[in-house]
Every structure is written in structure tokens, then in C-alpha cells.
Unconditional design. Structure first.
Length: 290
């Protein structure tokens, strides 16, 4: 295997774009926690970034190992390194174990809670959410928990002795609720491919009015949740306005899916979700009032 081929396969094994989004979310939350203390430890930020990258890469690697036979069945995943035969399960396991152990040891240097949450996120995502995808649509609810842990991990990583407060809980809640329209839109777009592997991710397991209505409802719920930073006093009016406007646009995209029930509308919800979360998190960072 050439160096270029290995790098390409490694990027696919760890789902590089997804890993980047997770690390971005954790990093922004770290900076929010730093801003609250008016103290920025850039060494710790670098530790979080590296450790978070490794832990997320490990979780995605374990996911692909578990689903290697299912990935062969879907056009979207058949070219991944394990199902395509370019990487053995043993090689992927060694890489994933190394990343998981190294990432956890790196993160635990920040504080014990950060390390524990990182291990918890791997376990939930790889060993609970992954097998649940073929059992029931409840898998999306299960997956929303590890999916919402990055901002929690990032925020706590900013403190030497982290304490529970409304700020990390609300950061968690925003990302938790966001995942429902995000995942359901993806499931709508990829439903034909998902069915080949037996994945049951849409609320009713099919593209129908109830699945569309639940996707739309989740975008509505996201609006008041995203306004919580302003209501609770640690976000200013700018983040309140941005959350409201972007939430209404996202909601409108969800309404279009409800009305039209087509893949094109679901794809707009999906891409809208990609823009929504980073925008809200970044604006909250700059409009954080503590």
C-alpha cells in the first residue's frame, strides 16, 4: 500500500469530515469555557484538539469494523477501506485501539472528567448506537447522546476543576436537538441505500408524512432551545437574533420537506444542518457574555 493510498484510506476510516465537525464543536466550547474564565490556555486547546481527533477517529473506526459486512451492501460505503479489501479488519482494529487509548490518555491530562466522557462517547457510539441502527429508529435518539457530548467535553476541558452549570448543559442540549433533523434528513436522502443494510433510522422506517412531520417538529423545537443562551443570560442579543433567524430558515426547510415529501427537500434540510450548527456555535463564542 502506497503512502498516498494509506492516507486516503485512513481519512475514510476515521470519517475525516465528521471528525473535523466533532473537533470543531469541542474546540469552540473549550473557547467558550476559556472566555468565561477570561483565561486562554492554548496548550490545553491543542491537547483537546489532538485528543479529540484521536478519540473521534477511534469511535468511527470501531463503527466501520462492526459494520464492515453491511458497508459492502451500500453504494455510499462500499469503497471504504475495509469492505473494499484495501485494509484488513486487524489493521483497522490496531489503528482504532491506538487512537482510542492515546486520545483518552491525552484528554485525561486536562482533567479526569474530560477523559471519562471521551471513553463514554466511544462506548455509546460504537457499541450501542451502531448495532441499534438495524433494530429500531430509537437508534437516532441513542446516537444523539454521544453526538452531543463534544461541546460538553470541550467546555469541561477548559477548567482545571470542572463543575456542572447551565452553560455546558445548554451547549449539550442545542447539539442534542439539532441532531434529529440532521440525521432524519440524511436518513431520508439515503433511505434506499440504508435499506440494503437493514438500517431503520427514519421515525417510521419509511419516507412518509409522519417521518416528515417529526423532522419538521424537531426544527421547531430547536428554535427555543437555541435561544436558551440569551434567556439564561450568558449569550447576548446578537446570538439570540442569529439563532432565531437561522432557526426560522431551518424550520422553513423542514416545512418544505413536510409539504413536498421529496428527496430534494430532505437534501436541503441536510445541508442546512451543516451550516446551522457551526454558525450558532461560532456566534455564541463571540457574543458570550458570561
Amino acid at each position: 500500500m502506497s503512502e498516498g493510498s494509506f492516507i486516503s484510506d485512513f481519512k475514510k476510516l476515521i470519517k475525516l469530515r465528521l471528525t473535523f465537525l466533532v473537533v470543531f464543536s469541542a474546540s469552540v466550547s473549550f473557547l467558550i469555557g476559556s472566555k468565561e474564565q477570561d483565561y486562554y490556555n492554548w496548550t490545553n486547546w491543542l491537547i483537546l484538539t489532538i485528543g479529540g481527533f484521536l478519540v473521534t477517529g477511534a469511535a468511527n473506526g470501531f463503527n466501520e469494523i462492526i459494520e464492515k459486512d453491511l458497508d459492502k451492501l451500500m453504494a455510499r460505503t462500499s469503497d471504504r477501506p475495509i469492505p473494499s479489501g484495501r485494509m484488513t479488519t486487524g489493521q483497522a482494529l490496531v489503528l482504532s485501539l491506538f487512537m482510542g487509548i492515546a486520545g483518552t490518555l491525552i484528554l485525561v491530562r486536562l482533567n479526569f472528567l474530560t477523559g471519562v466522557l471521551s471513553v463514554f462517547s466511544i462506548m455509546l457510539y460504537a457499541f450501542l448506537y451502531t448495532p441499534a441502527k438495524r433494530k429500531s429508529p430509537i437508534a437516532v435518539f441513542i446516537g444523539a447522546f454521544p453526538g452531543a457530548l463534544p461541546p460538553l467535553i470541550g467546555y469541561f476541558a477548559a477548567f482545571e476543576n470542572p463543575e456542572i452549570s447551565w452553560i455546558p448543559i445548554i451547549l449539550f442540549l442545542i447539539q442534542f436537538v439539532w441532531q434529529f433533523p440532521h440525521f432524519w434528513a440524511i436518513a431520508w436522502v439515503l433511505d434506499d441505500d440504508y435499506k440494503k443494510a437493514g438500517f431503520r433510522l427514519l421515525p417510521t422506517t419509511k419516507r412518509d408524512k409522519i417521518s416528515a412531520s417529526m423532522t419538521f417538529l424537531s426544527t421547531i423545537i430547536l428554535i427555543p432551545v437555541s435561544l436558551l443562551p440569551t434567556f439564561m443570560g450568558f449569550g447576548g442579543y446578537v446570538i439570540g437574533a442569529v439563532s432565531l433567524i437561522s432557526g426560522l430558515i431551518f424550520c422553513w426547510l423542514g416545512l418544505q420537506l413536510f409539504n413536498r415529501m421529496d428527496i430534494a427537500s430532505a437534501r436541503k434540510v441536510m445541508f442546512g444542518s451543516f451550516f446551522y450548527l457551526p454558525l450558532v456555535q461560532l456566534v455564541l463564542l463571540f457574543d458570550f457574555t458570561g
